[in-house]
Design a protein around this ligand. Structure first.
Ligand code: HEC
Length: 169
C-alpha cells in the first residue's frame, strides 16, 4: 500500500465530513446572500430617485424641444423699495430755476419780488404751471419748457412753481 492510499484510507472519513461541511456553508451563504440582496434596482421609484440625484445641474434645450423639467427657481432677494427721487419745490428751484430766477437773468421774474410777480400770480396758479411746464414767451423774455430741465417730472416743476408763488406773496 502506497503512502497516498494509506492517507486516503485513514482520513476518508474526515474528508467526507469536510466536504459536507463546506457544502453546508456554501448553501448557507447562498441563502443569506439571497435574503440580503433585496434587489430593487429595477424598481421604477428607485430608478427615478437615482435619476433625480444624478441629474445634471444645467440642461440645454434646442428650439422645439420639450422642457422636461421646469427651470430651477432661484430665490431672488426682494426688490428694494424704489428710492423717492422726487425733489421738493425748493430743491427743484435751487437746481433748475435759480440760475435765471435768482437774479432775473433774461427778464425772469426774481424769486420773492412781489412787484414782479403780482401780475403773473393774478393769472392763476394753473396758468403759471402751464407756462413753466410748456415754456412761455412773454413781454420780458423767454421761459424755456421746465426751465430746460425736461428730465424733471411735471409734479416737481409744479412744486417749484408753488414755491415761487408762495415766496412772492
Ligand atoms: C433760462 C432761464 C430760466 C430758467 C432756467 C427758468 N426760467 Fe422761468 N422764466 C424765465 C423767464 C425769462 C421768464 C419770464 C418770461 C416772460 O414773462 O417774458 C420766466 C417766467 C417764469 C414763470 C412765470 C410765467 C408767467 O406766466 O408769468 C414761472 C412760473 C417760471 N418761470 C417758472 C420757472 C421754474 C419752475 C423754473 C425751474 C424749473 C424756471 N422757471 C426756470 C426764465 C427761466
Amino acid at each position: 500500500m502506497s503512502r497516498d492510499q494509506k492517507f486516503t484510507t485513514r482520513h476518508s472519513h474526515g474528508i467526507g465530513v469536510y466536504v459536507a461541511g463546506a457544502l453546508v456553508i456554501f448553501l448557507l451563504a447562498m441563502k443569506i446572500s439571497d435574503m440580503s440582496t433585496d434587489d430593487n434596482t429595477q424598481d421604477s421609484a428607485y430608478q427615478a430617485a437615482v435619476a433625480a440625484r444624478i441629474r445634471p445641474v444645467g440642461q440645454i434645450y434646442l428650439p422645439g424641444e420639450e422642457h422636461e423639467a421646469p427651470a430651477p427657481t432661484v430665490e431672488m432677494p426682494a426688490e428694494p423699495e424704489p428710492v423717492a427721487t422726487r425733489m421738493t419745490g425748493p430743491q427743484v428751484y435751487n437746481t433748475a430755476c435759480l440760475a435765471c430766477h435768482g437774479a432775473g437773468i433774461g427778464g425772469a421774474p426774481i424769486l420773492g419780488n412781489v412787484a414782479l410777480w403780482a401780475d403773473r400770480i393774478a393769472q392763476g396758479t394753473a396758468v403759471l404751471k402751464q407756462h413753466a411746464l410748456s415754456g412761455f414767451a412773454g413781454s420780458t423774455g423767454y421761459m424755456p419748457p421746465k426751465g430746460g430741465r425736461v428730465d424733471l417730472s411735471d409734479a416737481e416743476i409744479e412744486a417749484a412753481v408753488d414755491y415761487m408763488i408762495a415766496a412772492a406773496r
